[in-house]
Design a protein around this ligand. Sequence first.
Ligand code: CTP
Length: 402
Amino acid sequence: MLKGKKFILGISGGIAAYKCAQLTRLLVKEGAEVQVIMTKLAKQFITPLTMATLSKRPILVEFFNPENGDWNSHVDSGLWADAMIVAPATANTMGKMANGIADNLLITTYLSARCPVFVSPTMDLDMYQHPSTQRNMATLQSYGNHLIEPNAGELASGLIGKGRMAEPEEIVEHLRAFFSNESKDLSGKKVLVSAGPTHEKIDPVRFIGNYSSGKMGYSIAEELADRGAEVTLVSGPTRLDIKDPGIKRIDVISANEMYEACVAHFPSMDAAIMSAAVADYRPVKQAEEKIKRKESAMSIELEANKDIAAALGQKKQANQVLVGFALETENAIENAQNKLSKKNLDFIVLNSLKDEGAGFNTETNKITILDNQNKIEQFALKSKVDVARDVVNELVLKLSSL
Ligand code: CTP
């Protein structure tokens, strides 16, 4: 359940910080990645060396490295994570979180995080019961943060009552429960995905194609299926295999074939994500025999293919969501906005070939999502698997707002 998930573990200065060693070990054992951020005081309770060794990553404390000025970007960390866990969350740290007092890296990361945040408080009995602490915890919950209630028992002071940080196993259980609910948020939904390039035949041995590998669309199909959707994948020619046997794959070669398959399946779908790099043109004539070489120049007359996304946009019903992609090399936002409205999409996923690591045949992608309510949201450079999760999250939002 937690395999491949990315967590920021924000440790503030409480005696229960020692439990973070075990928490990190459990998460790493599950196959999760953990980035530890500590407050200065937390270093007094558990050493950075222990946490760096267990998390297999250097821990972060300061905004930048004073030796070389290397910046620890709280924005990048906040975008990278699937969830942030603040444990132990002291009264001081919760007060700052509730009121936006951004005087350390843990808090600035919290304020920048778009992911779910889990807060595991710890403190002494009377501090815990103080109205100010109770109010701050209520405020954090009103922000949508998940509170992991402390346990009752003997506290560091010797007093007995509520205030002991939850055990690492309990925190992991909360995370598991959260992600298992999240992971089936598309059950009962039918989604059509187009992926890969199309090949437009010139003669029996040649075609017009493009560099699309299909990875983005396949990652989206897998993510949708993981989250319970019934997926129909219309795929142009790719070298990829589908890992999930539940995905119905329809192989096509040309844009025309892709058009026919998509138009036939769209009416029964709740949503369609058009990630294919469809050839805009095809040769007017397709030679039956191989075209022989001549000394003279040659030209191939092309005619326009149908725009599949636009065709689905025209047929779209009020209970359907249609998503497109835009690959741009210039005026990216403006071009994407035009495609969004021209094709009647609910949102469009823009990637610019100007961004390093984005586009065709890479393992990574850097996207901006633009929707039909004028929202523009930029995402960090991520693996295509993580980008697929962001796209599917947006789809879930759109479906729930219908
Ligand atoms: N698309 C489609 N059918 C086409 C062309 C594009 O379904 N014949 C879809 C793509 O799958 C993508 C979106 O439309 O979701 C935008 O594709 P893109 O190639 O960026 O845009 P075009 O409309 O072809 O515009 P241009 O090539 O001029 O940028």
